[in-house]
Each structure stands twice: as C-alpha cells, then as structure tokens.
Design a protein around this ligand. Sequence first.
Ligand code: F1P
Length: 346
Amino acid sequence: VNDTLEARIGPRGVLPNIFGVGGDELLAKVKGVHIVACGTSYHAGLVARYWIEEHAGLPVNVEVASEYRYRDAVVPEDTLFVAISQSGETADTLAAMRESRRRGYLATLAICNVPESSVVREADLRLMTRAGPEIGVASTKAFTTQLAALALLCLKLAEQRGLDGARYAELCAQLAHLPRAIEDALKLEPQIVELAALFVPLEHALFLGRGAQFPVALEGSLKLKEISYIHAEAYPAGELKHGPLALVDEAMPVVAVAPSGPLLDKLKSNLQEVRARGGRLIVFADGNASMEAGEGNGITLRIDGGGDLIAPAVFTVPLQLLAYHVAVLRGTDVDQPRNLAKSVTV
Ligand code: F1P
C-alpha cells in the first residue's frame, strides 16, 4: 500500500496525471462510472462504489466481468469503464473490456498489478497497484492495494467536482495514513490466532456488514471459502431477516464487520436478532464505537479503522488473517487451494 500511494498523493492532495497522459482531462469529463472485475477484484469495485458516489457524486455501477458481455448494457453518456484485475489476464475481465469498446464509453481505465498485462496494454488510462508478486492463489495484498488505487481515483474525481476543501484534505490525510493503519491492524494477529481455533471444527459461517463494510464482509467470506474450505456467506446485515436468519444457531458463527457512523445503530439491532437465536457473534468493531458482541459467547475485537474512507481496507486485514490462520490450523494448502488457479485465463 505504501508503494501504491508513493509519489501519488502529497500534502495538497492527489498529484496530477497519475493515470497517464491526458488522464486528468478525461476524468474531468466523466459523468458516471462502470466497474467490472472478478472475485476479490470485484469486491474492491463494490467498495469504490460507496466512495465515488459519496465524495464525487457520480453514479457508479459494479458488475462481475463474467456477466457483462452477455447483457445488452445501455451506456449513459460520458461513462468511464474501469477494469480491476490483479493479473490483468483474467479472461472474463479482458473480454468485458474488449466488449466495452463496442459500447461507446468515454474511456477505459485499468487498475492492475502487472504493467505488461493485456488489460493494461489495451486500456486508455492505467493505475498500477504496485503490489509486487502475489505468491498465493488467493488475492490478499492485491485487494488492499486495489482499494488504495481506487481511493486515489475517488479523490481525483471528487476534487475535480468541487468536494469541500477541508473534507478533501481530511480524506487525503486518511489515505496517506493507510499504511500505518494496516500495520496497526496486523498487531491483532495473536488474538486472531485464538479466534481461528474456534472455526476449525465448523462447516459454515456467516459474515455481515453494512455500507462500505458489506463488500469487506463478502471478501472475508470469500477468503475463508478459498483457503480453509469452510462454507461462508456474506450478507448486508439488514438482509438477515429476509432469509439467512433461519440458518442461525450455535453451530453457525456470525462475523460482523461494524461500520463507524450512522449505520452502526442499524447493525446493532441486526445483531440483536442473532443473539436472540443463540448465535455466536464475533464483532470487529471500530476502536471508538460503542459496540459489543454481548454477554455469553460473544467476542469483540477492536481495530482503529482510521476514518470512514480507509476503514474498509483496514478491516479487511483481520479477516484475511482469520482465513489464513483457520486454514493453517485445518492443514489446508494456503498458497495452492484445491480447484483454483491464480489467473483464470479460460
Ligand atoms: C480475479 C480472481 C482473484 C482470485 C483468484 C481467481 O483475478 O477472481 O480475485 O483470488 O486468483 O481470480 P484478477 O483478475 O484480479 O487477476
């Protein structure tokens, strides 16, 4: 994340032309954003939707790349097409990008980790994540660096659209603090190792989030599935009562990623529904928030989210660690999970 941000953000904000020649001029014309990606990269796109809509006031669509080309998409004028991919070779993402050419977008932007990849070569604009090689199949640092890159995009779009100067400066300071905030989150590891032991005998887990922390819950559940082979689902917490609550009992732990801000009270009442059904609650709570998993078998872990913009990236780290330690304890191959490939090129 340090490398993603380096020389791209300064005390006065996002530096000019970090998206390539003519990038700032093109971005100034954008009236909407369409993001496509697969797997973990798709979850990064989902987080970015909350950011760009809130701070830049632009409409954002996010779609799995594997579906994009099978739909007769109606493209509003001056829409920016964004492809997010760690490898830059994922077949569905590449095919979506090629299809987007026929559909009349303003420009395509690649957020990618591999400079010589097809996605990067074929895009009009690019922002490299500079995550270094991802050794394991499951994306981890790819995700946090994609979030850092997408936050840079959001701030650039917001600045161009006249976001209040004080708020802009505060968001830039938050983003510059992200590497430190992640370092602090990593210090939770001993507690996460203890927590992981709880999951070893389990077959199912439920992840809940609200707002921009909902995609983080999705990512936490994906990591658990990918590397420890525990069936995990993620829901926006408000959807609990529309079905998944039927699954909750003492054998189904519920992991909640608590947002700071106005959605926290909503989440609390959703969690009360879990508690009332005897479900085991594990809550990742923002340092300052008045949030407790509750009496009895609830567990609360506190993290300093570092502010509303960067909290999704910070809260991802303990969830990645949780999946990692559960996998290690279950004896699965963390780097080479069964049935998965690093880069899905077919
Ligand atoms: C997309 C992705 C990864 C996942 C796995 C399979 O890859 O779904 O998120 O961890 O490696 O591919 P990419 O387009 O981001 O390279």
